[in-house]
Design a protein around this ligand. Structure first.
Ligand code: PEP
Ligand code: MN
Length: 336
């Protein structure tokens, strides 16, 4: 079984006392975790300036010290070059780039350039890149590529957007970048402590390489992300019940089913080709008759009809709508 990565710790370092309580609440970690890292944010990119912004540089030695007591390397979020410098001075082992930074290529490049000019032995042991606050897989991959030249391990963290998982974005990332380990951050994806365990299991079901989970000794009193942090006890329960999956060589019945799927895909694509051919013919008629290509009433009709039909076949409306838009968009392109 491929070993998994676990990153756990508070959203934000709040005090030495808070970290001491986490250290005291020690977890017994299942042996399928090959790598364990203690996290804590010290510069928090909060939406509102009226909220807790993090302790700042002063908290890095506290973080490091807590990690040492548990025997784990530590990680924090960096968003500018002063943060990197402070991490170098405090001996922070891993850094991550948050969702509000990975969205900005100029900033990511600035961080990459800064790391490029510091001595190799002072580089982080690894850099993690959260998905940007925009559903744009190319932007996320671009951020990773800007850092890959550093020669340290680069990992991706799927944290969703505004408490939506946006799974497709992470699947596409993994399909295009096999060599980058992908971790799931169930805390930020859900924004809800009750959902963390279920999402962590889904990550294992989807063969993610690891998890980043926020823990706090008293979640309801947390100064940031209070709703989503779990206690060390809850983390222990989560880890005890987590089931790791392994990919086997497909058996006969799976191979047969996959063969049928491939046949259906062939049929689907043949039908799509036929549909587009009809569209092109309609396009010619529209042109001859001096009619617009996009006819919103017609679009609305076909989508509503399909949604209604889909409901009878237990298909989610969102899925039907997206598929119809995709097919229709291509028809319009052909007609243009
Ligand atoms: C965090 O991990 O606490 C954090 C701020 O992450 P994100 O960039 O995913 O919001
Ligand atoms: Mn957080």
């Amino acid at each position: 079984m491929k070993e998994k990565i676990l990153i756990f710790g508070p959203c934000a370092v709040e005090s030495e006392q808070q970290l001491a309580e986490i250290v005291a609440g020690k977890c017994i970690l299942p042996d399928f975790f090959g790598q364990i890292i203690f996290r804590g944010g010290v510069w928090k990119p909060r939406t509102s300036p009226q909220t807790f912004q993090g302790i700042g540089d002063k908290a890095l030695p506290w973080l490091k010290n807590a990690g040492q007591k548990m025997g784990y390397p530590v990680a924090t979020e960096v968003a500018n070059t002063q943060h990197i410098q402070a991490c170098v001075e405090a001996g922070v082992d891993y850094c991550w780039i948050g969702a509000r930074t990975s969205v900005n290529p100029i900033l990511v490049q600035e961080l990459a350039d800064y790391w490029q000019q510091i001595p190799r032995e002072q580089l982080p042991k690894g850099i993690l890149v959260k998905n940007p606050m925009a559903q744009d897989v190319a932007l996320w991959m671009g951020a990773v590529e800007r850092l890959q030249t550093l020669g340290v391990p680069i990992w991706a963290i799927h944290r969703g957007i505004n408490h939506k998982a946006c799974w497709g974005m992470a699947f596409e990332f993994r399909q295009k970048k096999h060599d980058i380990p992908m971790l799931l951050d169930p805390s930020h994806i859900s924004g809800d402590a009750q959902m963390v365990a279920q999402l962590a299991q889904q990550a294992m079901d989807l063969d993610y390489d690891g998890l980043m989970i926020e823990v706090h000794p008293h979640p309801t009193e947390a100064l940031s992300d209070a709703k989503q942090q779990i206690t060390m006890n809850q983390l222990q329960t989560l880890l005890n019940t987590l089931i790791v999956r392994t990919t086997n060589t497909p058996n006969k019945s799976m191979l047969e089913l996959r063969e049928q799927i491939d046949e259906i895909d062939d049929e689907l694509w043949n039908l799509l080709v036929k549909r587009l051919e009809l569209s092109r013919q309609i396009g010619k008629i529209k042109k001859e008759n001096n009619e617009p290509i996009l006819q919103v009433n017609r679009l609305d009709n076909i989508i509503q009809q399909r949604i209604e039909w889909g409901k009878k076949h237990q298909l989610p409306s969102g899925f039907v709508e997206q598929m119809m838009h995709l097919i229709h968009e291509q028809s319009v392109e052909e007609q243009m």
